[in-house]
Design a protein around this ligand. Structure first.
Ligand code: NAD
Ligand code: LMR
Length: 311
């Protein structure tokens, strides 16, 4: 199966690398606007094949969408990342135009593809991709919750001093420093509520660290993160291509779920060969419901900035 990744930068190339060495797809095409850049990244990844033992064919192209034809999944990572001190929302002015052009171009050659949106502000870019193409809602998936949940599990594992893979935890809501909602009440260590091991204060610190997880890394790195984002996209792509039906928090179009309409926001989804196959409605308590409503309002307000581009 063929996957195209538009944007061969930090996140796109890492995603191509993980997809290849894990054998998730038989073919990966990297596309970038920068002359020769995607070709170089693809060649470098291909030269890992004999040492890491994969057979995925990886190629790179400069803005030639014909080479992306018949992709099953297209990942959009094109656009600018934030710098220290910025919010993701500040990227909208540049990234909206890029995402709209890119999604239209990929569909010309891969009209049946499932689109995974990564560029920030991700919830708004996912909404833009949906509204500007008119694709059915199951085929447009924003990646954010997989990453935020993996950061949440990492911070929990550090607080508990236990392996992250023994911890189950999820982040829903918007993919923003103030809009994401780590569900501390439902987090568990091998099925045991983490509240049995961590104080309320420690849990609140884990939640706060999770919410600013991306900003913390941006401050340390000078640009935003890529290893965990790339691996999170690959995890999502794996569930689609291999019809794994994993439950992954993704930004998807809601029509009444969680009492919201007409936005894309992070909710638990079953992800399989048809993209978003089901939205799982968790019974939230009053405090979580209030947080979700506030998060949705912030996402909705951000979407207002799309009025001119969608007109
Ligand atoms: N949703 C998430 O969880 C998440 C995680 C990490 C990064 N991001 C976002 O992903 C985006 C990419 O981040 P990055 O660190 O890879 O940035 P980067 O600068 O390393 O890579 C972006 C690439 O996009 C390319 N590009 C720009 N315009 C293009 C176009 N029209 N067509 C094709 N390619 C184009 C650039 O040449 C560049 O190589 C950013 O918007 C960032 O905020 C989102
Ligand atoms: O923090 C960012 O701007 C990039 C991404 O959304 C992340 O969470 O790593």
């Amino acid at each position: 199966m063929k996957v195209t990744i538009v944007g061969a930068g930090n996140v796109g190339a890492t995603c191509a690398d993980v997809i290849s060495y894990r054998g998730i797809a038989s073919e990966v095409v990297l596309l970038d606007i920068k002359e020769g850049f995607a070709e170089g990244k693809a060649l470098d990844i291909m030269q890992c094949a004999t040492n890491t033992g994969f057979n995925t064919k990886v190629s790179g192209v400069t803005n030639d969408y014909s080479k992306t034809a018949n992709s099953s999944v297209v990942v959009i990572t094109s656009g600018i990342p934030r710098k220290p001190g910025m919010t993701r929302e500040e990227l909208i002015g540049i990234n909206a135009g890029i995402v709209k052009t890119v999604v239209e171009s990929v569909l010309v050659h891969s009209p049946e593809a499932i689109i995974v949106v990564v560029s920030n502000p991700m919830d708004t870019m996912t909404y833009l991709a949906l509204k500007s193409t008119g694709l059915p809602k199951n085929r447009i998936i924003g990646m954010g919750g997989a990453l935020d949940s993996s950061r949440f599990r990492t911070y929990l594992s550090m607080a508990l001093d236990k392996p992250a893979n023994d911890i189950s935890a999820m982040v829903i809501g918007g993919h923003g420093d103030t809009t994401m909602i780590p569900l501390t009440r439902l987090a568990s260590y091998n099925g045991i509520p983490v509240s049995q091991f961590l104080s309320e204060e420690a849990l609140q610190k884990v939640a706060a660290d999770t919410m600013v997880g991306g900003a913390t890394l941006t401050g340390l790195l000078g640009t935003s993160a890529w290893y965990a984002p790339g691996a999170s996209v690959a995890y999502l792509v794996d569930s689609i291509l291999n019809d794994q039906k994993k439950m992954i928090a993704c930004s998807v179009f809601v029509e009444g779920e969680y009492e919201q309409n007409d936005i894309c926001i992070g909710v638990p989804c079953i992800i399989g060969k048809n993209g978003v196959e089901e939205i799982i409605e968790i019974e939230l308590n009053d405090s979580e419901k209030a947080k979700f409503a506030k998060s949705a309002e912030a996402v909705r307000q951000m979407n207002d900035a799309l009025k001119s581009i969608l007109a």
